[in-house]
Design a protein around this ligand. Structure first.
Ligand SMILES: [Zn+2]
Length: 87
């Protein structure tokens, strides 16, 4: 279990919230467009990337810490050593 984080604004307890990272309608549209493109249009060259992007967008999540007192949310980003070294 994750340790609770204290809000820097009001010292309230922050709660972990996992939500979709991208708009579900956009992701769904990309999946449908990808399938249609693969079946009817110029084929898999366009359709497969669209489909993969759509699937990624529909499954990607983001973790937020949300304060129960003042409803401020901060995003939790997991950095790995490789990412830090590159920047
Ligand atoms: Zn707060």
């Amino acid at each position: 279990m994750a340790k609770p984080i204290v809000c820097s604004h009001c010292n309230g307890v922050m709660q972990l919230y996992s939500g979709p990272r991208y708009n579900r309608k956009v992701a769904g549209f990309l999946i449908v467009a990808g399938v249609l493109a693969t079946l009817f249009w110029i084929g898999a060259v366009l359709g497969v990337p669209l489909l993969l992007i759509g699937i990624y967008m529909s499954t990607a999540k983001r973790d937020l810490w949300v304060c129960k007192e003042c409803n401020i949310g901060i995003e939790r980003i997991e950095l790995n050593p490789k990412t830090i070294a590159q920047e």
